[in-house]
Design a protein around this ligand. Structure first.
Ligand code: FO1
Length: 310
């Protein structure tokens, strides 16, 4: 059994590689919920949806989010009626948000909804939210505090990033699926996917019992760096790191993952490659995932690194 922690596109790509190289049922992907929000009365879970669509082979590769084969009649009508058009909900995607809301009104937990949506899309592994409780990333910027999607989509990450708080994290509990995966005697390793350490993995570590369970693990934990050549492969991680006064490279992960991660796979050209920093060993690899073959190759390398540490 392998547990992967993921958020965002980079996280979904490595999770997909792991899903393909591991036998059915031997992977649990625990997903960030800090990006979740309610829009037009619908519960939107962008990271869960990106992981689910990617593992189902249905992700929209042009957009980097949403489902393939999408159409936009709902948005056209919404715009014509003067509704909020800064956040795009495609027609196919909309069906899933509506169903999720309906099931939640019937009392289903986010874990139950997520498992059922994954099952109905034919995914042979477990996808679990990090928590069934609301944890909401709130970004303090030079223009004041913004809910995550307002900062990320509506304002295109333009305001200067000052700090982040994960509202609700103090009360939130670890999800049953994540707790079970971490307690499973068959668990072999934890893989922290190449996700943004602040936006995507930060919410996990802000939940006390998730951080405690990760620190108490008895198996190796390896991370894959999301940085290549001082830039993030996808998304605003590098800009945010610079605005936080950190150099966007693998070494910056030490401050975020010390005590959680034993080793990191980073790009060959990363200055941390070959070093041990803060008790974390940095190993060089080709971390760019251009296609499915790259995803599977990197998944194999992460598993080999973890197994070598066991
Ligand atoms: N990202 C955008 O940049 N613009 C959008 O309009 C947008 C809509 C959207 C709808 C559903 C969904 O699951 C994701 C969506 N995303 C959109 C992606 C999302 O906001 C971010 O990529 C993640 O939160 C960051 O990991």
């Amino acid at each position: 059994m392998i547990l992967a922690l993921a958020g965002g596109v980079g996280g979904a790509r490595l999770a997909n590689g792991l899903a393909h190289v591991l036998p059915a049922g031997e992977l649990t992907v625990a997903v960030n919920v800090g990006d979740d929000f309610t829009h037009l009365g619908l519960p939107i879970c962008p990271d869960i949806d990106t992981v689910t669509y990617t593992l189902a082979g249905r992700n929209n590769r042009e957009l980097g989010w949403g489902v393939s084969g999408e159409s936009w009649a709902f948005m056209d009508e919404l715009k014509a009626l003067g509704g909020p058009d800064w956040f795009n909900l495609g027609d196919r995607d909309l069906a899933k948000h509506a169903l999720r809301g309906e099931w939640q009104r019937q009392g289903w937990t986010l874990s139950q909804v997520t498992a059922e949506l994954a099952r109905r899309q034919g995914i042979p592994h477990a996808i679990v939210p990090m928590s069934d409780d609301p944890v909401r990333s709130m970004v303090l910027t030079d223009e004041g505090e913004l809910p995550f999607q307002d900062y990320f989509v509506r304002r295109r990450c333009e305001p200067r990033f000052v700090s982040i708080r994960y509202a609700g994290a103090e009360q939130a509990k670890i999800s049953p699926g994540l707790a079970e995966a971490l307690a499973d005697p068959a668990l072999e390793a934890v893989v922290v996917c190449p996700s943004n350490p602040v936006l995507s993995i930060g919410p996990f570590l802000a939940v006390t019992d998730i951080a405690a369970a990760l620190r108490a693990r008895r198996v190796p934990c390896v991370a894959v760096s999301p940085f290549i050549g001082g830039e993030a492969v996808k998304g605003p991680a590098a800009k945010i790191m610079r605005e936080l006064g950190e150099e966007p490279g693998a070494a910056s992960l030490v401050g975020h993952y010390a005590g959680i991660v034993d080793a990191v796979l980073c790009d060959h050209a990363d200055p941390a490659a070959g070093q041990t920093l803060g008790g974390i060993a940095f190993h060089a690899a080709d971390t760019l995932m251009r296609d499915d073959a790259d995803q599977q190759r990197l998944a194999h390398e992460a598993l080999a690194l973890a197994r070598g540490l066991a």
